[in-house]
Design a binder for this molecule. Structure first.
Ligand code: GLU
Length: 454
């Protein structure tokens, strides 16, 4: 165990956005890399938007990604409560410290934080009026990702609103102090808050934590930040679309971090081992749906056939391709053929529908191609009796008897393949043909050829 304490401090909104997931992941990785503590703190001060369902989306998303927290909701800890809505008295105590130190004043019903420095008035473009500004000593942040950042605050800011609610800056800093947070890892969009936060740490006479501001995630096209409306932005969608959590987690790791070699597919143990601030990029990351899909496909191909079948079954069932009681052995032997070709679990019904039902589409382009080169009916009329007689109906034997047939007819065996594949699947491509015939079985295969011939 180390003394490092990091936190993920989401405000539940009803969505688990990929940017939040990345912040959670980087904090978790840093805690696991250093042997520190990963705290989950719920910033639920916005009463309108917070609900049990919104919290559930968040916790489920984190659990799905395997991001277990050492302190927080469900697990407790010595620094609780872990919901800001339950920490009101702590905020009052800390506000009192600032009041006692003469660092606050009231204006228009709100409580303001008084910056230290020389005051002057200046024309403010935003307010279109003369306002009071303060010349403060610049705040220097030795950011663990961005290096030295200097910023001066020049306006007092509100600590407690007219309605009595403390603002984000106050509660965020008080929580980081009282929860003993040593490292704040959060999105670069918070950089403008950090100088205010450092002013508050100074006013509380507490050493500020180390800050690490991680780069933005840009949407796939254009220069904007990825928002919840962008395709691929929500973690809960990956889950329902059958992406593998390990693949999504691996991909998100690469949004702003890299292992300094060309590798992209890394086990989580290795990522934990390698993850540290110097590996985090300063430049923005860009979401890349294709790269995520490719990684997911790689992870899918690595699953053993029993796990792959377990995950695939509901997708085939929902698409109406198999019944709930579909035979496990047949399912496994079909999926063994389809697994290497699967881009995703979602693509499986289309990929292997014809193994299960006679209601499958016949691809017309493939038909045109085949007809241009051969007469499929003549070829299949030759093949049918051979397939009816071959014993046992297994790929080696099928291959041998088709080769014998080809020899007697004076052509090469592969002349039969396109027509044969088309007749039994309606497709021009798919798994290796002969193992596919074996899995389908003699009855299905010969029935389909007969139908094709009539
Ligand atoms: N609730 C804030 C957010 O979701 C927390 C920011 C922080 O990590 O300090 O952006």
């Amino acid at each position: 165990m180390s003394n490092i304490r990091v936190r993920f401090a989401p405000s539940p909104t009803g969505f688990f956005h990929i940017g939040s997931a990345r912040t959670a992941l980087f904090n978790w990785l840093y805690a696991r890399h250093t042997g520190g503590t990963f705290v989950l703190r719920i910033e639920d001060t916005d009463k309108e938007r917070n609900s049990d369902e919104a919290l559930k989306v968040l916790l489920d998303g984190m659990k799905w990604m395997g991001l277990d927290w050492d302190e927080g909701p469900d697990v407790g800890g010595n620094y609780g409560p872990y919901f800001q809505s339950q920490r009101q008295t702590i905020y009052e105590q800390y506000l009192k410290k600032l009041q006692d130190a003469g660092r606050t004043y009231e204006k228009e019903g709100a409580i303001w934080f008084r910056l230290e420095g020389e005051r002057y008035t200046a024309y403010d473009e935003f307010h279109k009026a003369e306002i009071e500004k303060v010349k403060t000593a610049p705040i220097v942040i030795e950011d663990a990702v961005r290096g030295r950042v200097e910023r001066a605050e020049e306006k007092d800011f509100v600590l407690v609103r007219k309605d009595g609610n403390p603002v984000f800056h106050l509660v965020n800093v008080v929580d980081d102090i009282t929860m003993g947070i040593t490292h704040v890892i959060r999105g670069e969009d918070h950089l403008s808050n950090t100088s205010k936060h450092v002013e508050l740490f100074k006013a509380f006479e507490v050493e500020a934590p180390v800050f690490a501001h991680i780069p933005l995630i840009l949407k796939e096209e254009g220069s904007g930040k990825m928002s919840k409306r962008d395709k691929g932005a929500l973690i809960e969608e990956y889950e329902s679309r059958g992406f593998l959590a390990a693949a999504v987690r691996n991909y998100i790791t690469l949004l702003g971090w890299n292992p300094k070699d060309q590798r992209e597919k890394l086990d989580i143990e290795e990522i934990i081992d390698l993850f540290d601030f110097p590996g985090i990029n300063k430049g923005n990351a860009r979401f890349d749906e294709k790269k995520l899909a490719a990684l997911n496909a790689e992870y899918l191909r690595e699953l053993n056939i029993a796990s792959f079948t377990f995950l695939a079954r509901p997708f085939l069932h929902t698409a109406g391709v198999v019944s709930e009681e579909a035979d496990e052995d047949y399912l496994q032997s079909v999926l063994k053929l389809c697994q290497p070709k699967a881009r995703s679990l979602e693509s499986l019904p289309e990929l292997c529908r014809y193994f299960f039902t006679d209601e499958y589409p016949m691809d017309t382009k493939t038909a045109e191609k085949i007809i241009k080169k051969s007469d499929p009916k003549t070829l299949l009329a030759e093949v049918l009796p051979v397939l009816e007689g071959v014993e046992p109906f297994q790929h080696e034997e099928i291959k041998n008897s088709l080769e014998t047939l080809a020899q007697t007819q004076g052509h090469k065996v592969f002349v039969y393949f396109p027509a044969l594949r088309y007749a039994v699947s309606g497709q021009g491509g798919g798994p290796d043909l002969l193992p596919m015939l074996e899995v389908m079985g003699r009855k299905r295969v010969t029935k389909r050829i007969k139908e094709f011939l009539t």
